[in-house]
Design a protein around this ligand. Sequence first.
Ligand SMILES: *[C@@H]1O[C@H](CO)[C@@H](O)[C@H](O)[C@H]1NC(C)=O
Ligand SMILES: *[C@@H]1O[C@H](CO)[C@@H](O)[C@H](O)[C@H]1NC(C)=O
Ligand SMILES: *[C@@H]1O[C@H](CO)[C@@H](O)[C@H](O)[C@H]1NC(C)=O
Ligand SMILES: *[C@@H]1O[C@H](CO)[C@@H](O)[C@H](O)[C@H]1NC(C)=O
Ligand SMILES: *[C@@H]1O[C@H](CO)[C@@H](O)[C@H](O)[C@H]1NC(C)=O
Ligand SMILES: *[C@@H]1O[C@H](CO)[C@@H](O)[C@H](O)[C@H]1NC(C)=O
Ligand SMILES: *[C@@H]1O[C@H](CO)[C@@H](O)[C@H](O)[C@H]1NC(C)=O
Ligand SMILES: *[C@@H]1O[C@H](CO)[C@@H](O)[C@H](O)[C@H]1NC(C)=O
Length: 538
Amino acid sequence: MDMQFKRKSTTTIFGCVFALFLPKICFAEKICTVPSEPVTIKENNTDDTVVVHINTTTKDVTLNLTENPGNAFYLRGSELIAKKGLDFETLSSPEELTVQVRCNKTGFRSNTLIVIVRVENINDNTPSFGQSEYTLNVNELTPVNTSIGLIEAIDDDSEVLYYSIEPTLNRYFRLETMYTPNILVNKVLDYDVLQQVKLILYAQDTPLPSQHAPMPSQPSERSFTATATITVNIKDIDNRPPWFQPCTRVTSGNAKICLSLGYRGRVNLTEKQDGALQLQPGPVYARDGDKSRNEEISYKIVRGNEDNIFQIDENSGNISMLKPADIAGPISLLVLASQVLNRDQFATTSVIIDVMKKSRNPPRFEKERYEGYVYISSGPENMVLRDRTTNRPFRVRARDEDFASGINPDIRYEVQYSSYVNITTDGFILLKKAVRTDSFALQLRAVDVSTGESGTAALSVLVIPSAGVQSPDESFRAGDMALLGFVMAALLVLCLIVIGYLISRVKKGNPDAFKLSEVSIFSSKLMFRVMLEVYSAP
Ligand SMILES: *[C@@H]1O[C@H](CO)[C@@H](O)[C@H](O)[C@H]1NC(C)=O
Ligand SMILES: *[C@@H]1O[C@H](CO)[C@@H](O)[C@H](O)[C@H]1NC(C)=O
Ligand SMILES: *[C@@H]1O[C@H](CO)[C@@H](O)[C@H](O)[C@H]1NC(C)=O
Ligand SMILES: *[C@@H]1O[C@H](CO)[C@@H](O)[C@H](O)[C@H]1NC(C)=O
Ligand SMILES: *[C@@H]1O[C@H](CO)[C@@H](O)[C@H](O)[C@H]1NC(C)=O
Ligand SMILES: *[C@@H]1O[C@H](CO)[C@@H](O)[C@H](O)[C@H]1NC(C)=O
Ligand SMILES: *[C@@H]1O[C@H](CO)[C@@H](O)[C@H](O)[C@H]1NC(C)=O
Ligand SMILES: *[C@@H]1O[C@H](CO)[C@@H](O)[C@H](O)[C@H]1NC(C)=O
């Protein structure tokens, strides 16, 4: 060390002595200078941008670039120039490019300038998504806040990106935050309501105007946006059991259910019916409640078939008989429909089979054709009458020869093809409204509800003018008629007595023969008066 120091001092002394002749070597240590602090230039600069001006203390200094990273610089006179646009994103160390310039001049000590060039990152890149279109699948009933996908964009400027989706007021999906493009379920999805949603996802490299983020520092700062379309397919999951058809839909909260009222059919006692039983309202049939899955369904009788009278076709649901039923009355079967691949999804329904007693004779009306009458003035609740002259109500009766008495308690009457009348359970016919025609016809039906057998008869009803005295209010009452009969009889007896007396007188002589006619006139007058009194009685 000491040796070195001494040698250096010796050189300096020698130099200074020499400097008496060439003073510049000694005092102007550096023939060129640049600012010591780093020079900053923005990336994406225009070609031939001046980076720094090199100050030279004398003329004719030779400048040589001894270190030129990326061959990006050149010298023009005493200026260091950037040849082309510098790209922050592609430079290996954009924050610190070291450029060295050597300054030479004959007779002067050459020196090397170190220029640190700092390339500033600016927003010159567009963010981009890996794909322009994405397809996501989500099961219906996925819980709210579940992520269905994270779709991020990249930006070479490695800045914060701001995301948004459209439609902005989407009820079903939302972004986790504006910085994390995690697409979340916002509302429980129902395949029946919605099968597909199209979303547009935006990634912007400057804050979104709608958000209350600070405005960009320079209003003129550029902003780039990337766009991707997202198709979300909602998948029908197996969340519903089979539904027996027909059924009535009801909703209970989010759940939809479909209620069937069951099926009904009939067979004859001690008769085995061939083929599938005809049921009401239709054959046993269930369909998957998950419309688009439409899983295969199989059927089974799970209860009520203890005597093995019935069997059900596993695939079609057709119910048929294995042997006759030997007890009358309803047999109630419980039928199960379950999905073949997922037996946990099932439904049950009731199938009631009425076993009917054998009937040899259907009900039969006493006549095939009937006639009835109504007054033109009749209205609702008035009865159809049996004949023109009396006010006796018309009545029908159907007999069933299967019964010794002819009376089958299971017979029900019906009116067909007429809106004017209805029939009571006792066979009386009631008007439902005023009649506006001269006559009308209809069919009466007697149904044995225990066998389903029926008989019919025709009824024609004639509309007759209302006779004042014959209308129900003014007609004779039975009591009036009895009184009249009694009075007439009394008069007759009186007349006979008078006539007998006169005859006996005539037989004795004949002088009062004219009086006979007098008496008969008197008696006739008397009868007439009595009759009038009876008629006018209230
Ligand atoms: C270069 O020289 C000029 C005067 O000639 C002076 O104003 C400037 O500050 C100098 N620059 C440096 C970096 O020394
Ligand atoms: C130094 O620069 C001069 C002109 O400025 C040039 O002629 C010379 O070839 C350069 N020398 C080297 C070694 O690059
Ligand atoms: C100038 O610098 C170069 C290297 O760039 C060197 O080769 C040369 O000897 C120096 N001196 C002169 C006087 O050119
Ligand atoms: C980068 O430079 C190119 C061409 O010079 C220009 O079109 C573009 O707008 C510049 N980008 C930015 C962000 O300044
Ligand atoms: C979903 O997330 C939001 C915000 O994090 C929260 O307010 C809400 O309660 C969550 N909903 C459910 C069902 O977890
Ligand atoms: C029952 O028997 C009657 C005849 O007595 C027949 O008309 C009817 O079709 C039978 N019903 C069934 C379901 O076989
Ligand atoms: C089920 O019964 C119906 C008639 O009721 C018939 O058309 C159909 O072919 C039957 N299906 C099977 C598989 O037996
Ligand atoms: C007819 O009368 C019966 C009772 O006898 C009643 O059940 C039925 O509803 C009535 N029909 C009409 C159409 O009024």
